[in-house]
Design a protein around this ligand. Structure first.
Ligand code: SF4
Length: 168
């Protein structure tokens, strides 16, 4: 039996206990055929790659590293997951995450958002967590994506992507 803390306000869509936050997600009313066709085309790739797609520097390095890995360094082996699509609706992108042989979760910080999000909608999921902020050197005091030139972010992301590609 879940022990709730009584923290919910009336009308809130989240219920919390010590270990879990239960979120009610409105089903998508719209659909993206391009995304579904992409998922179908990519379903035989052996490695699915999801990432923190966040707005901070660490999230941006992670996001760009995932893109470089999947679209440049190892496009034949990897499929880039749309985290928002996979998390919010049970269609093609979620199927790629559920059915893949190997699932990488690129995480920019200890929040581990991508792996926790997808574990919340796919029972028993156990992605390999890759902490991208530990695969490159940068000033740890920086937070914002606007605190580093784009070119430097791209170099860091490529470094991370190359290290991950070497493990495939
Ligand atoms: S989850 Fe972490 S890495 Fe991702 S955007 Fe938020 S603070 Fe940045």
């Amino acid at each position: 039996m879940m022990k709730t803390t009584g923290c919910c306000e009336a009308g809130s869509k989240a219920v919390e206990n010590e270990d879990y936050e239960v979120v009610r997600i409105e089903k998508a009313k719209g659909n993206c055929n391009l995304c579904e066709e992409y998922a179908e085309r990519q379903q035989n790739k052996p490695v699915a790659v999801m990432s923190c797609d966040g707005a901070c520097l660490r999230g941006e390095i992670s996001r760009q590293a995932a893109n470089i890995l999947c679209h440049t360094l190892a496009p034949e082996k990897t499929v880039r997951i749309c985290l928002g699509g996979a998390f919010t609706k049970n269609t093609g992108q979620r199927g790629l995450v559920r059915d893949t042989t190997r699932l990488l979760a690129l995480e920019g910080c200890p929040v581990n958002c991508s792996s926790r999000m997808m574990s919340g909608v796919i029972e028993g999921l156990s992605p390999e967590i890759v902490r991208t902020d530990r695969l490159c050197d940068f000033n740890q005091k920086l937070f914002g994506v606007d605190e580093m030139p784009q070119e430097e972010i791209q170099v860091l992301a490529r470094t991370v992507a190359q290290k991950i590609a070497a493990t495939l």
